[in-house]
Write a protein that binds this ligand. Structure first.
Ligand code: CAA
Length: 418
């Protein structure tokens, strides 16, 4: 017997980093006058805003989780369960904990929240946060490499993850005859959507196809790895962002305790979770772990890919968005780029994907990403996305959050409640 699980809403902070007008760095006019928000401030802001948006009394929270990848490295801070307990007096002395699964940390925190509800909790607070802009992109590349098999893969390039996905891009393009322009469309969509989203890291930066599909001084092939370098430019990469997200997962009783109606919520219908060995790599032209998690989610929900009206997928690099379309069953192997070419995954297309800009445009504060994805579905289903609202109210939505080089995958299927 399984209890029903609902997402009652929450909040996302602005995602900040290089390229965002509010991000403080040495050439910002406010440099020396003010600083970028700390992890504590981001988490406090997400939780406080989430409680306000849902009109929730935080005293009702039975358990709380915080997703974070490498606080120890970027800000010298671990033990983030206690940080979460410190963001509001009502959370002090509650059972809280941190959850880590690289870039899938947020999805895993949601999975823990779902388990908690199924085990009897009624109100669970699921949060995610990461601060990454304290280090240069190169040093950050080393920190993020802890999500790969460090001993075996660290030396591939200073930018380990960009290189691992350039490797996938090479394999994918060579196998399926996909061009740089085909893949560049993923970046153009991401930036265009982010331009409509006031919370997005790349809200103010414009990218057109001519820029995204060709190397130039401002969009270089920046890897040192000779073989993989031609397969990745700056616009192919997700952002190094700071940000947080917080959401309430509730049972039916939890909805009542919070004074909410089912129509305020979306319901989780299926949750797939798969993890593959860190020590071996599979076929680079597909995402086997994500596909496995998606199959689980579809089977639990009794749904198929054609039922999905809106999706949030883990586009850590542009090629990943195409591989995600294929792993989730939206396109046949090698055909993901056709969805982009035909406009299917645009905001006004038949299957809008990453409407707020995804990891490339909205940004990728690693621990926050999986939580943000679910909130984005909630916001789309409740008509709260403003300029990037999809035209028809979605009934079914899907999230796919992925850690490492397709090593941890959490896939959710949700339905809108009227
Ligand atoms: N010409 C030539 N080379 C240039 C250049 C130019 N005009 N501009 C930059 N470069 C080169 C330089 O070598 C530079 O490094 P140095 O300054 O240290 O020499 C390098 O490119 C990077 O340039 P910047 O530091 O100026 O770049 P940036 O700060 O704008 O960052 C980015 C751009 C490197 C792409 C960065 O955004 C990035 O690293 N993104 C990816 C983040 C990432 O990997 N996240 C994890 C995703 S994987 C996942 O999600 C799964 C998981 O579990 C981890």
């Amino acid at each position: 017997m399984s209890r029903r699980v609902f997402v009652a809403g929450g909040a996302i902070t602005p995602f900040l980093g290089k390229g965002h007008p509010d991000f403080i760095w040495k050439r910002h006019p406010d440099f020396g006058q003010r600083e970028n928000p700390t992890l504590r401030e981001l988490l406090t802001s997400a939780v406080t805003q989430a409680a306000e948006n849902v009109d929730a009394d935080l005293a009702l929270v039975d358990k709380a989780y915080v997703a974070n990848f490498v606080g120890e490295l970027f800000i010298n801070q671990g033990h983030l369960g206690a940080a979460l307990a410190g963001v509001h007096p009502a959370l002090a002395l509650k059972p809280t904990m941190r959850v880590e699964g690289a870039c899938a940390s947020g999805g895993l925190a949601m999975a823990c929240g779902v388990d908690a509800i199924r085990a009897g909790s009624d109100v669970v607070l699921v949060t995610g946060v990461e601060v990454q802009t304290t280090a240069s992109a190169r040093t950050g590349g080393d920190y993020l490499a802890r999500a790969a098999d460090y001993e075996r893969q660290r030396s591939i390039d200073d930018f380990t993850f960009p290189a691992l996905f350039a490797r996938r891009t090479k394999a994918y393009r060579e196998a399926f005859g996909v061009t740089e322009e085909d893949i560049g469309r993923a970046a153009v969509k991401a930036y265009a959507n982010a331009n409509k989203n006031p919370l997005a890291h790349m809200h103010a930066r414009k990218v057109d196809l001519a820029f995204a599909a060709a190397v130039n001084d401002k969009n270089p092939n920046f890897l040192s790895h000779e073989e993989y370098s031609p397969f990745l430019k700056v616009t192919d990469c997700s952002q190094v962002s700071d940000g947080a997200a917080a959401m309430f997962l509730v049972s039916e009783e939890g909805l009542a305790k919070m004074g909410l109606k089912p129509s305020d919520a979306i319901e989780l219908l299926g949750l797939g979770h798969a993890t593959d060995s860190l020590y071996v790599d599979r076929d680079l032209r597909e995402m086997t772990t994500t596909r496995t998690a998606a199959e689980q989610a579809y089977a639990q929900a009794g749904l198929v890919a054609k039922d999905v009206d809106v999706a949030e997928v883990h586009d850590c690099f542009t090629v990943t968005e195409l591989l995600m379309y294929e792993a989730l069953g939206f396109a046949e192997p090698g055909k993901g780029s056709e969805l982009l070419k035909e406009g299917v995954t645009e905001i006004d297309g038949a299957l809008p994907v990453n409407t707020g800009g995804g990891l490339v445009g909205f940004g990728h504060p690693v621990g926050a990403t999986g939580v943000k994805q679910v909130l984005e579905l909630h916001r789309q289903m409740k008509g709260q996305c403003g300029e990037y609202q999809v035209p028809a109210t979605p009934s079914v939505g899907m999230t796919a959050n992925m850690g490492g080089d397709d090593k941890t995958a959490v896939v959710g299927l949700f339905r809108n409640l009227a």
